[in-house]
Design a protein around this ligand. Structure first.
Ligand code: NAP
Length: 299
């Protein structure tokens, strides 16, 4: 078997065009131009690239993408005050704190990341990290959906794949990907209806015993681990859908968490790295920024 490639780049550009269209209609209807402010602390080169890409994507969608650059030496208290200022600024609709925060920041003591993310106003929390937004998702009445898992839901939907009633194994339980992914797929109704929901979900992690056997039972296997190519071909069920969230730099190359060539032989469909899940994350961030502007207009 040779798996079909799930083209995240194509689906992301489709979503970005739809968002750009909706932004035009929103502004035409008297709404303000949506504005996303990225808070970038320190000089981490990868974070600078991510923030620049997000800003460019905003511009193309008609969204005002601002970057607030702060010195790594800024104190926790000053950073919290800055975020509260953005919360109170009616011209800012979405706030994104670029992670990771520099380890030596806050005068060498390091930042309390949780406290910083908790300070972002829930209505401006376009990453959906705040406890309010996580709680709403948990209860099946989400406001913002976290960008990477939501991108995966959109990809499955737009590639006409259904996971209702199927066994999904999510490897990884981070707050950003694994946990919300599992929660979204286990709901009765998702953002793309009941077919990209209603799954029987297993969450695996670094303490999971018999990981290979568990993965092998998956109709849909989602790897969000951060270990290059750890999911081998013999861990994948014949005909499974494989979603590779991992982005790992190995030398000059970007590789996923799945051994791609081996998986191609067994899976029925698979996301490539790069060009799979990555582009969808930014597309869903744009979607959330427009949603934030719409919600604030009516709040
Ligand atoms: P993370 O916070 O480091 O979480 C990794 C998870 O994998 C943890 O739950 C960990 O288990 C589990 N794990 C680690 N080693 C394992 C092993 N040998 N067997 C089974 N489980 C194991 O990472 P993350 O933020 O979720 O990101 C995961 C990957 O996705 C990274 O490569 C990241 O760069 C990528 N990513 C991509 C996008 C995108 O847009 N495509 C977005 C976000 C992240 P424990 O909980 O037990 O430690």
């Amino acid at each position: 078997m040779t798996a079909d490639l799930l083209d995240g780049k194509r689906v992301a550009s489709e979503i970005r065009a739809e968002v750009a269209d909706k932004v035009r209609q929103f502004v035409h209807g008297g709404g303000p131009q949506p504005c996303l402010t990225a808070v970038l602390v320190g000089e981490d080169p990868a974070s600078q690239v991510y923030v620049r890409n997000k800003r460019r994507a905003c511009e193309k969608a008609g969204i005002n993408g601002r970057t607030l650059r702060l010195d790594a030496g800024i104190s926790q208290q000053k950073l919290l005050e800055t975020i509260r200022g953005l919360n109170d600024d009616p011209a800012v609709h979405g706030i994104l704190v670029q992670l990771p925060l520099p380890t030596g920041g806050n005068g060498g003591k390091g930042f309390d990341e949780r406290a910083i993310l908790d300070t972002v106003a829930p209505l401006k929390d376009v990453d959906a990290f705040s406890p309010v937004n996580v709680g709403l998702l948990m209860q099946g009445r989400p406001r913002f959906l976290p960008c990477t898992p939501h991108g995966i839901v959109q990809l499955l939907h737009r590639c006409n794949l259904s996971i209702a009633g199927k066994h999904v194994v999510v490897v990884g339980r981070s707050d950003i990907v694994g946990k919300p992914m599992a929660m979204m797929l286990a709901q009765k109704n998702g953002s793309c209806g009941s077919e990209i929901a209603n799954a029987t979900v297993t969450i695996a992690h670094s303490r999971t015993e018999d990981l290979r056997d568990i993965c092998k039972t998956a109709d849909c296997l989602i790897a969000a681990v951060g270990v290059p190519e750890m999911i081998r071909g013999d861990m994948i069920r014949e005909g499974a859908i494989v979603i590779d969230v991992g982005i790992n730099r190995v030398g000059e190359k970007l590789v996923g968490d799945v051994a791609f060539d081996e998986a191609m032989e067994v899976a029925s469909a698979i996301t490539p790295v790069p060009g799979g899940v990555g582009p969808l994350t930014i597309a869903m961030l744009l979607h959330n920024t427009l949603l934030a502007a719409q919600l604030q207009l009516h709040s």
